[in-house]
Design a protein around this ligand. Structure first.
Ligand SMILES: NC(=O)c1ccc[n+]([C@@H]2O[C@H](COP(=O)([O-])OP(=O)(O)OC[C@H]3O[C@@H](n4cnc5c(N)ncnc54)[C@H](O)[C@@H]3O)[C@@H](O)[C@H]2O)c1
Length: 336
């Protein structure tokens, strides 16, 4: 039976490629015909890149293309055993999609959402199938990144969670089981650390460039929080931190520089202006303080996730290695 993917944007097209490359038939659905056309181009571009690197045979490249079919209406999901929703990150939009899935999906189908942080429980309720609804949080680009957080909503059944873990493995990914909480796992730990570094850099008068350099030099993060913010998009990051501060309190406070940049329309790489990283200021004491704050915050949030049983300690470390590229996890070598 095919996997249906609803939403053929950045993530939907990457997940479609991943499914087809793993040998599954994929039905890619989007309300916008131009999104489906762009998704096909994107799928072909991933295949072409792999071919150029010698990682795909010609016949395999042709089969990947042939395994993906498209449709414009969510009703087409009937006959699919698994549905992965990857539409715009807005609860009203996703609720409408899940309500349609509740009407059209086969009785036993697994309903999965690729949401970065919206409530899986609420989506399950919108579908009228909370037991069969899970989060399947791929990382970008999904064709490359090995981690999938499998998010368990309040009413997700053991069977549905196990099926989602098995599906992620069958797609060649490493799943980590996560109990639903705001920010899920990797983004929760990482953005808490980023916010801490932003605040300390402001109060110490250090520069983003020197703070980033100190954080990378101290390891295990491969990229500093200012460069990462520019890459993710400062608006996306600022909204996420605002939501997480509302959920968890001021340990997620983002300081003043980030919202000021967003208000000025400086959103990082996508606008070409963001945190200034060009100046190579010599490393100062403020930068060391930012590094200490960054890693202390990551460790503290990881311990909270472990203690709240959001995920097992080993899985927290694995998720930070595979999802955030850390050389070692924040709990590695620490007593549990
Ligand atoms: N972009 C990332 O880095 C990233 C990483 C992990 C998870 N996610 C999550 O993946 C999801 C998709 O994100 P994206 O970046 O691919 O978004 P996107 O804007 O690139 O794509 C969303 C697609 O959904 C389609 N869509 C909207 N409403 C629809 C409907 N009712 N029916 C069918 N199609 C509909 C749009 O036409 C669009 O093509 C979001 O939940 C996002 O939080 C994104």
């Amino acid at each position: 039976m095919p996997i249906a993917i609803v939403g053929a944007g950045v993530m939907g097209s990457e997940i479609a490629w991943t499914g087809a490359a793993a040998g599954r038939d994929v039905l890619l659905i989007d309300a916008a015909p131009e999104a489906l056309a762009a998704a096909r181009e994107h799928v072909d571009a991933i295949t072409a890149r792999r071919r150029a690197k010698g990682r795909l045979e010609t016949e395999e490249a042709a089969s990947i293309r042939a395994r993906i079919t498209t449709a414009g209406d969510t009703a087409a999901v009937s006959g699919c055993d698994t549905i992965v929703e990857a539409v715009t990150e807005r609860m009203d939009v996703k609720r409408a999609v899940f309500a349609a899935l509740g009407r059209h999906a086969d009785e036993g189908a697994l309903l999965a959402s690729n949401t970065s942080g919206l409530s899986i429980s609420e989506l399950g309720t919108a579908a009228g199938r909370p037991g069969r609804t899970v989060g399947l949080h791929f990382f970008n680009p999904a064709s490359v990144m090995p981690l999938v957080e499998v998010i368990r909503g309040r009413e997700t059944t053991d069977d549905a969670q196990a099926e989602a873990m098995a599906l992620a493995r069958a797609l060649g990914k490493t799943p980590v089981g996560v109990r639903e909480c705001p920010g899920f796992l990797v983004n929760r730990i990482l953005t808490r650390a980023m916010a801490a570094a932003y605040r300390v850099t402001e109060t110490s008068g250090s520069s983003p460039a020197s703070a980033d350099a100190a954080i990378v030099a101290a390891g295990p993060a491969p990229m500093g929080p200012f460069a990462l913010g520019n890459l993710v998009g400062l608006d996306t990051l600022s909204f996420l931190l605002r939501d997480l501060e509302a959920a968890y309190g001021e340990r997620f406070a983002q300081g003043s520089a980030l919202p000021e940049l967003v208000a000025a329309g400086s959103l990082g790489q996508k606008t070409g202006v963001g945190f200034a990283l060009a100046d190579q200021a010599p490393r100062d004491r403020g930068a060391s303080a930012a590094a200490e704050a960054f890693y202390a915050a990551a460790q503290d949030e990881a311990e909270l996730c472990r203690d709240e049983q959001v995920a097992a300690a080993d899985d927290i470390d694995l998720a930070m290695r595979l999802g955030a590229g850390w050389e070692r996890g924040p709990l590695e070598g620490r007593a549990s």
